[in-house]
Design a protein around this ligand. Structure first.
Ligand SMILES: Nc1ncnc2c1ncn2[C@@H]1O[C@H](COP(=O)(O)OP(=O)(O)OP(=O)(O)O)[C@@H](O)[C@H]1O
Length: 930
């Protein structure tokens, strides 16, 4: 128990799983807390004691599932392993208790096992350090970071384990927070400075961290942003037991820039400290090991098209809005990657599209080449299927947790590389005029040496665990071959003894067998016992047989066992040396993995482009958006080939674009007409274009977009105590405050959540503001037909509508975008399609006609909206309740009766149907009088 308590003292914030033989045991509070979570029985140790110790245990081989449950619930788990066998403990000097040590600490942000990780998703541990402008996150005083020592000269200082002391440095002025994201499973390490809180929000949404380290003071802000139960914000995430981040700053500097000079490269104190914090925490989870870290990159939000949390959600970039599924998202539609590394890279590209036209074109070039060479691409993709997660395997090799089977998988992956390189050079040699785009280059280092090492050493099908051996080829090592020979030679000798004795004793069923108690023995059935020679020693009596040993047998057994033990030890040493060599090649494997992932993504994009007929968009500096016959990536896929109606879009901010181009579209049309679809389709095409992908259109010219804003019919956010209208207004306020002339703004139904006039007035003013003050490219879908009046007043506004065809009260959606405002809304017809009862619809129709008649009688109401804007009071539209004296309700009923009579054929009508028709007609006429 003392050993346990000692370990627990060192890991006070973790659940300690203490290996005892075939079980991991939990004691005291840990057992009581975790018992119900894992659904395991909590018993007591030493029941007779006055104060028995609660305990619970899980079998060692099933630990994977239990760990997953605990980590998903936000627990931190320290795994204390036996570092020696009980025999070894007995033999050595000192106390005879088996030595145990914590070999790793498992937290959501420090997952490494394949069974816990999702292949296509990163697993980020994020450390957040507020900057001077981050005060808004914190109630009261801003927590600050300890000042950093100059690179290479770590200052000794009081440790700040809780990240809550010391003063900020002036360097980070103008920054809301610095953020470092480390995925220890793949060695991805990024740092960034977020100028505003909005940027921080967007980064958190993009990275979707599994665990966040942040000063206590900003937890409340984070909870309000990420939701109260956000598992990433587990209270266990402290730096207790970790190195002082300040002492890691020089390493951070080196990772960022090999010269180690942060000053030169401009890594700010907050950024360096955030990176050091993530590193300190991550290293503490792997005691005694070094992490595989290739380099520290800097992510600059200003170099990317920013998609904040709202846009990622509304545009269904990674998950669908309705049920948060991957199927139906943009990522799902374009992900044709063959490897997990590729899937992760594509996800990263979609989350952070580029703003550098040259870099985008480089990716496009890659896609284009792979479209042109479809056969070669198919060959490449079929080879890529053999490539496993090379970078995650490299990280596991570095941490010593890679299994023989995984090393085998690494061998298969590396085995595919030379052929991939060959195919690529074939591709290059076909392009006589130009070189193969650099994005398709796998680099010079194909790790042939590592492949050879693995291939020479590992057996064809290595086992899942190293413990029992059987993983190294005999040809790899002379000593191993010798010992194996000896062990199997011994077995030959056993067979020879068996044959000899059988003959000598004339016992036909004499057998040499083995068990763990007696080792090798001769077994004789009861019927032949009399023939047994005197010098055999009887060891065991069974119902039908007797078992004996001989001197000769015992000696031979000792030899075989020795040979087997030596062979196993030898194998394990060889395995360890192979692992160490692979670990040494970790950084090279990361570089190769990156190139393979890029090839995989580009080949996938080429496959999608070819299969679904996408084109290469032209990227431009000017703020234009000119799409010819564009389609919605996902809706088109769901509807099936040829059923989606393509539409043109032309938006241009400022004086760019053709004469017809406007910067703001007011989109009207009936519900279900396709308003949301055309708006989202434009955004998705724009995003894909910035990613370097081809797009679903006949042609597209896309001017760089700094940020896509979306305001789409919101649901109540009761968790934050906000109503639908409040959410809508908050999102709109953010757009108004943040949109730049380079932004793309999509507004769907603003102002619907409040009284008609208030909503209309707000929508009107917001449209004017975006048009006049911001000048960004905007699409505004609305049912307020009054807004169409803006076209006549504002030069950059254009009315468009989604067309429908109406026939005898029924409508057909054409899904075609046409110039001009929609004539009417067709709400009642859509209600009919949705299955509202006929009687209710008739009533609605009559009310509508009455309202329309009222409006016709007071045409001046429309004009009020066009009252002067600037400098004078706006006036709200007014409706006059006067009617023209006619009775539209009655007229409609009569028309309906006549229509029904005309439509029926008395000759084919059964008496029963005739009877019910008559009832319905009378009903209609009676209704119209009430
Ligand atoms: N261009 C198109 N081609 C084919 N089908 C389309 C097209 N546009 C939309 N649709 C179909 O119509 C459905 C409704 O479209 P959408 O949601 O865009 O309508 P809406 O006008 O925004 O409706 P509401 O005003 O009720 O939000 C889509 O789910 C899709 O199935």
């Amino acid at each position: 128990m003392r050993q346990y308590l000692d370990i627990k003292r060192r890991y006070p914030d973790a659940i300690v799983m203490f290996r005892m033989g075939d079980f991991y045991e939990l004691f005291f509070e840990d057992a009581v807390t975790v018992g119900p979570v894992l659904d395991i029985a909590v018993t007591t140790r030493d029941k007779k004691a006055e104060d028995p110790v609660p305990m619970a245990g899980v079998p060692y081989h099933a630990i994977g599932g239990y760990l997953r449950t605990l980590v998903e619930r936000g627990y931190k788990v320290a795994i204390a392993e036996q570092m020696e066998s009980p025999e070894e403990a007995r033999k050595r000097k000192g106390p005879k208790i088996v030595r145990r040590e914590v070999v790793r600490v498992v937290t959501p942000g420090a997952l490494l096992d394949e069974e816990h990780l999702r292949g296509g998703e990163p697993n980020y541990l994020v450390a957040l350090i507020p900057g001077p402008k981050g005060a808004a996150m914190v109630d009261g005083e801003l927590p600050a970071l300890p000042s950093a020592p100059a690179p290479g000269k770590p200052k000794s200082r009081k440790k700040s384990k809780a990240l809550t002391s010391a003063k900020p440095k002036g360097e980070g002025e103008g920054m809301a927070a610095a953020l470092a994201a480390l995925d220890i499973s793949s060695s991805e390490f990024v740092v960034m400075a977020c100028g505003r809180l909005e940027d921080l929000r967007a980064e958190l949404a993009r990275l979707a961290p599994r665990e966040i380290l942040a000063p206590e003071a900003v937890h409340e802000w984070l909870r309000s942003e990420l939701g109260p139960d956000c598992p990433a914000l587990a209270p266990g995430a402290s730096l207790a037991g970790a190195a002082d981040p300040a002492s890691l700053l020089p390493r951070v500097g080196h990772l960022f820039d090999e010269s180690g000079s942060r000053q030169q490269t401009g890594l700010r104190d907050e950024e360096a400290y955030a990176a050091a914090t993530a590193l300190a925490y991550a290293e503490a989870t792997q005691p005694g090991q070094t992490l595989l870290l290739h380099r520290l990159r800097r992510h600059e939000p200003a170099r990317h098209l920013v998609l904040d949390e709202t846009s990622l959600r509304n545009l269904e970039v990674f998950r669908t809005l309705r049920d948060a599924k991957r199927r139906g998202s943009l990522l799902w539609a374009i992900d044709h990657t063959r490897t997990s590394m590729g899937a992760r890279m594509l996800r990263a590209w979609l989350g952070a599209p580029l703003l550098d036209i040259a870099a985008i074109r480089a990716r496009q070039d890659g896609v284009e080449v792979l479209i042109a060479e479809a056969r070669l691409r198919a060959e490449l993709q079929s080879r890529l299927k053999d490539v496993r997660d090379v970078v995650r395997l490299a990280a596991r090799a570095r941490l010593g947790t890679i299994s023989p089977r995984e090393l085998g998988a690494l061998r298969t992956s590396l085995g595919a590389v030379p052929e991939l390189a060959e195919r690529l050079s074939e591709l290059g040699s076909r392009r006589t005029d130009r070189e193969l785009p650099a994005v398709l280059d796998l680099g010079k280092d194909l790790l042939r040496d590592v492949y050879k090492l693995l291939d020479d050493t590992l057996v064809d099908d290595p086992p899942a665990v190293a413990r029992d051996g059987g993983m190294i080829r005999s040809s790899a090592d002379e000593v191993l071959a010798e010992q194996r020979e000896l062990a199997s030679g011994g077995r030959d000798k056993l067979a020879a003894i068996e044959a000899r004795e059988r003959e000598a004793t004339d016992i036909p069923k004499l057998r040499i067998k083995h068990n763990n108690v007696f080792g090798y023995f001769l077994e004789v059935s009861k019927a032949h016992v009399k023939k047994v020679p005197k010098n055999w020693v009887r060891k065991q009596t069974l119902v039908n047989a007797e078992r004996y040993v001989t001197d000769e047998l015992a000696k031979l057994e000792a030899k075989i066992l020795d040979a087997q033990t030596i062979a196993l030890q030898r194998e394990q040493a060889l395995f360890e040396s192979v692992r160490a060599k692979v670990s040494d090649a970790g950084e090279r494997l990361v570089v190769l993995g990156d190139a393979l992932a890029r090839l995989d993504v580009l080949a996938g994009l080429a496959e999608v482009a070819e299969a679904y007929d996408y084109v290469r968009p032209e990227l431009a500096e000017e703020p234009v958006l000119d799409i010819n016959e564009g389609r919605h990536v996902v809706v088109e896929r769901m509807l099936g080939a040829g059923r989606f109606v393509p539409n043109d879009t032309e938006l241009a901010a400022g004086t760019h674009g053709s004469v017809d181009a406007a910067r703001l579209w007011v989109v009207t049309g009936p519900n279900m007409g396709g308003k949301s679809t055309i708006m989202r389709q434009v955004a998705l095409i724009a995003i894909l274009a910035h990613v370097g992908s081809f797009v679903p259109a006949a042609a597209a010219r896309v001017g760089l977009i700094d940020r896509v804003f979306t305001r789409v019919g919101a649901a109540d956010d009761l968790g934050r105590g906000e109503s639908t209208f409040m959410v809508e207004m908050r999102e709109t306020a953010q757009i108004v405050a943040q949109a730049s002339p380079r932004s793309l703004v999509l507004l769907d139904e603003i102002g619907r959540g409040t009284a008609t006039f208030d909503g209309l007035a707000l929508a009107w003013a917001i449209t004017e503001h975006l048009h006049d003050q911001v000048g960004c490219r905007t699409m505004f879908a609305t049912h307020y037909h009054e807004l169409c009046g803006l076209e006549a007043r504002l030069a950059g506004v254009r009315n468009v509508h989604v067309a429908v065809h109406e026939h005898r009260g029924k409508i057909v959606f054409l899904h075609r975008v046409e110039q001009g405002a929609a004539g009417r809304s067709y709400g009642i017809q859509v209600g009919r399609l949705a299955g509202l009862p006929a009687r209710l619809l008739r009533r609605a129709q009559r009310i509508l006609e009455r309202l329309e008649a009222q409006e016709r009688a007071a045409p001046s109401a429309q004009l009020d909206l066009f009252a002067p804007r600037a400098g004078s009071e706006d006036e709200a539209p007014v409706t006059n309740p006067a009617t023209d004296g006619s009775d539209p309700e009655r007229a409609h009923a009569v028309r309906e009766v006549v229509d029904a009579l005309e439509a029926c054929d008395p000759d084919t009508l059964s008496p029963r149907d005739a009877h019910s028709l008559l009832y319905r007609l009378v009903d209609t006429l009676v209704d119209s009088r009430t």
